[in-house]
Design a protein around this ligand. Structure first.
Ligand code: PEP
Length: 250
C-alpha cells in the first residue's frame, strides 16, 4: 500500500522537521514497515539536512513535486536531475493538475519530463484526472480524456505509480463518491491493460482525510492514496497512516 503526501507550497523546512518529530512520537515507525510512505515537500525542504536525516531515519521516501527535464543548464528557477541526484532524490511527481493548469504544462511537456526521468530510472508518480465538465459529459468523454493524459506515457515502466485525482475533488473537502472512485479506477486499469501494463499501483487523490480514508483504501482497485490538505497536519497524517497500518493487518 502506498500513502503519499503532497505538501505543495506549504510547510517550511523547520516546520517539516517538527512535523517528522510528531510523526515519530505518534507511531512506532516499525509498524509502517509494509507501507510505502512518500512525502513530497517543497524544494527548500529537500535541501534541509535535518529533513533528510529525519526521513532517512524513519524510512520515509522523499520525492520532488517538480523538476525540469534536463541535467542542468539555463533554466532559471528550475531544478534539474543533477541537483536531485546530489540530494539523493530519485522520486518525482509529474502531471499534477496544478502544474498542468496554473503553470500551463502541456501533455507534451509532461511526456518530455516522463521520458527524461524514466531514463534516469526515477520512481515517477504520474497524476491524471478530469475537470468537472468532462465528467458531466459522460463516460465516453471521460475515457478519452484520461487516455489523452496517458498518451505517449510508457505505462509499462516498472517504476511508475499513477494517481487518479479528479480535479473537482482536489482541495474541495469532499472526495469523489466510493462508486465513482471504483468505476474510474476500473476504467484506468482497463486502459493500462490495453497498453500491456498491469500491476501499476493506482492511487486515489482528492480530499482524502481521516474520516474517509478507510472506506477509500478498502475499495477495489485502490492501491493507496495521495493526500494534500490533510497531510499538512502531522496529527491528521499519522491518523491516516494508522488506518493504513490497520488495513494491512486484515
Ligand atoms: C492534491 O492536490 O494532490 C490533493 C490530493 O489535494 P487534497 O487532498 O487537498 O484534495
Amino acid at each position: 500500500m502506498i500513502i503519499a503526501a503532497n505538501f505543495k507550497m506549504n510547510l517550511t523546512p523547520r516546520k517539516i522537521h517538527e512535523y517528522l518529530h510528531v510523526l515519530e512520537q505518534k507511531q512506532e515507525y516499525s509498524s509502517y514497515a509494509h507501507i510505502n510512505i512518500i512525502l513530497f515537500p517543497n524544494m527548500a525542504s529537500l535541501m534541509s539536512d535535518e529533513v533528510l536525516r529525519g526521513c532517512a531515519l524513519s524510512s520515509l521516501t522523499l520525492g520532488a513535486q517538480n523538476a525540469y527535464p534536463a541535467f542542468n543548464g539555463a533554466f532559471t528557477g528550475e531544478i534539474g536531475a543533477e541537483i536531485l541526484e546530489e540530494l539523493n532524490i530519485s522520486t518525482l511527481m509529474i502531471g499534477h493538475s496544478e502544474r498542468r493548469e496554473i503553470f500551463n504544462e502541456t501533455q507534451e511537456f509532461c511526456q518530455k519530463k516522463f521520458d527524461f526521468y524514466k531514463k534516469l530510472n526515477f520512481k515517477i508518480l504520474y497524476c491524471i484526472g478530469e475537470p468537472l465538465h468532462i465528467r458531466k459529459n459522460g463516460q465516453h468523454e471521460l475515457k478519452n480524456y484520461l487516455n489523452m493524459q496517458l498518451c505517449n506515457i510508457d505505462v509499462s515502466y516498472n517504476n511508475l505509480i499513477i494517481a487518479y485525482e479528479p480535479i473537482w475533488a482536489i482541495g474541495s473537502g469532499i472526495s469523489a463518491e466510493a462508486h465513482v472512485i471504483e468505476e474510474t479506477h476500473q476504467l484506468i486499469k482497463e486502459i493500462l491493460q490495453n497498453n500491456n501494463a498491469s500491476n501499476i499501483p493506482l492511487l486515489y487523490g482528492g480530499s482524502v482525510k481521516t474520516d474517509n480514508v478507510r472506506e477509500i483504501l478498502m475499495l477495489d482497485g485502490v492501491d493507496g492514496v495521495l493526500v494534500g490538505s490533510a497531510s499538512l497536519s502531522p496529527y491528521e497524517f499519522s491518523a491516516i497512516l494508522q488506518v493504513a497500518v490497520e488495513l494491512q493487518k486484515i
